[in-house]
Design a protein around this ligand. Structure first.
Ligand code: TMP
Length: 209
């Protein structure tokens, strides 16, 4: 059996990640691929509930370090589930992951490497699709400004931090400017197919030995 594919969709707030992850899930399902969507922060776990309060209640104070470690701990709450799903051959789509954790916290001024260290050892995605606007169209999208980090100037800093990952071997930038939901969906699907084919070929080589 092939190990499932681990795909992370990343980006600033209001860049269409949630729309695209659910469309990807539907398409995987229609193609007969057993897939699961996990969204971070996962707000329903014990740690996720604290994170939700932090994000939605601006009067709820946490030091930047504490907030960062909670976001990371939230991923560790789900790490075993992700690993088990992949080992069972299931594809896992992540709506945000480690990269959001590092980008948002280092944009506040915390050291980049410090931010990365609590996430070391989490399952590594086969591919990270970074949804990017060349211009900051996300700040004019409906709903922007409702949560703690939805401030234009901060989003710019987060973008700079995200871009530090752009030379990683699993990183792909998807430019979303002036593209329809369907067009972005096609780009994401094409990237998924490349990775899925690579996994299948790796398995064939292995079984030929
Ligand atoms: P969401 O809008 O995708 O639910 O994410 C909520 C906010 O949390 C968003 O502004 C990004 C931020 N965030 C972090 O600061 N660190 C993290 O590790 C994650 C996953 C999200």
């Amino acid at each position: 059996m092939t190990r499932g594919v681990l795909i992370a969709i990343e980006g600033l707030d209001r860049t269409g990640k949630t729309t695209q992850t659910s469309r990807l899930l539907e398409r995987l399902d229609k193609s007969g691929v057993d897939a699961t969507l996990i969204k971070f922060p996962e707000r329903t776990t014990p740690i996720g509930r604290i994170i939700n309060t932090y994000l939605t209640d601006k009067a709820f104070e946490l030091s930047d370090q504490s907030a960062h470690l909670l976001f990371s701990a939230n991923r560790w709450e789900l790490a075993e589930k992700i690993r088990n799903l992949l080992e069972d051959g299931k594809t896992v789509v992540l709506d945000r992951y480690v990269y959001s954790g590092v980008a948002y916290s280092s944009a506040k001024g915390l050291p980049f490497d410090w931010c990365l260290s609590p996430d070391l050892g989490l399952p590594k995605p086969d591919i990270v699709l970074f949804m990017k606007f060349k211009h900051e169209d996300n700040v004019t999208r409906e709903g922007f400004g409702e949560e703690r980090y939805e401030v234009a100037e901060f989003q710019q800093r987060v973008k700079t931090q995200f871009e530090k990952f752009q030379n990683e071997d699993n990183w792909k930038t998807i430019y979303v400017d002036n593209k329809s939901i369907e067009e972005v969906g096609e780009l994401i699907w094409a990237e998924y197919e490349v990775v899925a084919r690579r996994e299948r070929e790796a398995l064939q080589k292995f079984t030929k030995l």
